[in-house]
Design a protein around this ligand. Sequence first.
Ligand code: NAD
Length: 274
Amino acid sequence: TQVPTITLNTGAAMPQLGYGVFQVPADEVVEPVLTALEAGYRSIDTAAVYGNEEGVGRAIAQSDIPREDLFVTTKLWNDSQGYDNTLAAFDQSLQRLGLDHVDLYLIHWPVPAKDRYVDTWKALEKLHADGRAKAIGVSNFHIPHLRRLLADTGVVPAVNQIELHPNLPQADLRAFHAEHGIATEAWSPLGQGKGLLDDPTLGSLAEKYGRTPAQIVLRWHLELGNITIPKSVTPSRIRENLDVFDFELADDDVKAIAALDNGTRVGPDPDTLN
Ligand code: NAD
């Protein structure tokens, strides 16, 4: 499978669809990552707080895919924010991954109550200047947090990775990102599977296109221009989620999916998460 790429504001090409490993236990992560790499995924999304960077690194080492063909993202956890803490936490992430650089390093949450994300960003700018984080970005930032970074620091985030799925299409953030050259990356793209994939609108579209509801939702993300990172540990679903590059949704169907917006989050609210 040839996965299309999105060009980041650094000039780097990031696969539009990657593999996320949230909630995959450390001692179980090697096998599904290897399955994903074999299936054709080249982008892997982990985080310090997932506790599985070491396993992700082991899978990368075991696969025979050249490092330059992979796109590895990890994230700084909230309790490591602040300039010096960030530099130290990044070293530890690299060490656990067994890599000398990551392709994308993200601030996991803004944690506005602690007000340390500007200093934290300045540490990411240094990691970027040193070439150890080829691109730097944020996650779960709302427009006021992004405005603050744009005003107080020198590098525009390459990516904002946010909760985004048909129940939470994030039109305002997507428009802001487009205006500022920030790529939108959707987490929990399938709304964590739960109720979303049973929605009757998705069911009838699945029937119309001869696809699964998950594939319809992933196709919707691609048509919006999102980068996305669905998670599954089931080999057939890992492959199914990548098998979305040989069909397109009609405009009306893209619009019908946007009508599923009901403002429901599956994760925490970035304004209040500490
Ligand atoms: P997701 O929307 O990718 O849903 C995953 C769940 O959906 C699976 O556990 C499974 O139950 C189901 N599923 C997957 N494929 C399916 C298929 N083909 N058919 C039916 N059901 C299927 O949710 P997620 O894991 O929360 O998000 C994906 C990735 O996003 C994570 O692994 C992680 O890398 C990232 N993430 C980031 C943040 C953040 O704060 N930055 C938060 C949550 C997740």
